[in-house]
Ligand binder design. Structure first.
Ligand code: ADP
Length: 265
C-alpha cells in the first residue's frame, strides 16, 4: 500500500492543530512502476541489437572487410539485427495506438475459412522448412463475421508464428474455428511443441515477458506478439486465453463476438 500524506496546520482561537490527510495512491504508484519498467525494457531491447551492430561494424573496420566471406557474414548479422529493431519499433507503435484508443477498427465481412487458409498459405514456406504439418478445421455455421481483417490477420500471424517458433521439427499445428453460443466465434491455434511452464502462464501476456529470452531472440521474437494479440482481440470486444502443458504443447484461443444481425444462425 502506498499512502500520500498531506499535513495542514490550522490556527484557531489561539490554539494550533494539524490535520493529516491520507490518500491511497497505490494504483497510481503501480502505474508509474509499470511505465518505468516498460521504458527500461524498450531501452534494453533496442540497446542489445545496437550494441551487436556496433561491434560487427568495428570488426569490419578492423580488417574483416578484407575477407569477403567473413565480411558477408558480418553484414548479414547487422542486417538481421536491424530488421529486428524495425519489427520492434513497428510493434511498439501499434501497441501505442491500441493503448491510446486511436486505433479505429475498419471491419469488413470476412469468410472465416478463407481467412484461416490464407494464414496457413503465408507460412507455407516456414512450415515446410521445419516439417510442421498444419490442419484447419472450421465447424459448420461459422459463416462470415465482421472484423478488422488486417488486425485479425496480425493476431493469427502472431499465434501461428509462435506455434512454429516453439514447436520442434515434425510437429503439428491445428487451427480450429467454431461458434460458442450463437453470438461468439472462437478461433484457436494449437501446437504440440515445447509448452510453457505453469509458473510463467500468468505473466505470458505481459509486454516483453518471455519464458526463454535467448530462444525468443534467436527466433526473431520481440516479446510483444501476445500483448498485441490481446489488445486487438479486446478492441473487437473479445477475449484471449492461453493453455499450455510443458513438453506437450500450447493452445491459444480467442473469441470474437458476431454483430447482432449476424448472430442469428
Ligand atoms: P515472442 O516474440 O518472444 O515470441 P510473444 O509475446 O509472442 O513474444 O510470446 C511471449 C512468450 O510466450 C514467448 O517468448 C514464449 O516464451 C512464450 N510462447 C508464446 N507462444 C508459445 C507457444 N506456442 N509455445 C511455447 N511458448 C510460447
Amino acid at each position: 500500500l502506498f499512502v500520500k500524506v498531506t499535513y495542514t496546520t490550522i490556527h484557531s482561537k489561539g490554539s494550533t492543530g494539524t490535520i493529516a490527510v491520507l490518500q491511497d495512491v497505490t494504483g497510481q504508484e503501480k502505474l508509474d512502476q509499470a511505465r518505468r519498467e516498460f521504458v527500461a525494457n524498450v531501452s534494453h531491447e533496442l540497446r542489445t541489437p545496437l550494441t551487436t551492430i556496433k561491434s560487427y561494424l568495428e570488426a569490419l573496420e578492423d580488417g574483416a572487410l578484407e575477407e569477403p566471406q567473413l565480411a558477408g557474414k558480418f553484414v548479414n548479422v547487422a542486417r538481421n539485427e536491424t530488421e529486428r529493431m524495425i519489427r520492434l519499433v513497428t510493434d511498439l507503435l501499434q501497441l501505442s495506438r491500441l493503448d491510446s484508443k486511436q486505433a479505429i477498427l475498419s471491419k469488413v465481412t470476412t469468410d472465416v475459412t478463407e481467412m484461416l487458409e490464407e494464414v496457413a498459405d503465408r507460412f507455407s514456406f516456414q512450415l515446410e522448412q521445419r516439417m510442421i504439418a498444419i490442419e484447419i478445421d472450421v465447424e459448420k455455421h461459422v459463416d462470415e463475421i465482421m472484423l478488422d481483417r488486417d488486425r485479425i490477420d496480425q493476431v493469427l500471424d502472431n499465434l501461428v508464428s509462435n506455434a512454429i517458433k516453439y514447436t520442434p521439427e515434425g510437429g503439428h499445428i491445428r487451427i480450429h474455428a467454431g461458434r460458442r453460443e450463437s453470438s461468439v466465434l472462437e478461433i484457436s491455434v494449437q501446437d504440440n511443441g515445447i509448452g510453457i511452464p505453469r509458473k510463467d502462464l500468468s505473466r505470458i501476456f505481459e509486454r516483453f515477458y518471455r519464458v526463454d529470452k535467448a530462444r525468443s531472440r534467436n527466433m526473431g521474437g520481440t516479446g510483444l506478439g501476445l500483448s498485441i494479440a490481446r489488445e486487438i482481440v479486446k478492441a473487437h470486444g473479445g477475449a484471449i486465453q492461453l493453455e499450455s502443458e510443458l513438453g506437450q504443447g500450447t493452445r491459444v484461443k480467442f473469441t470474437l463476438p458476431y454483430q447482432q444481425e449476424e448472430a442469428a444462425v
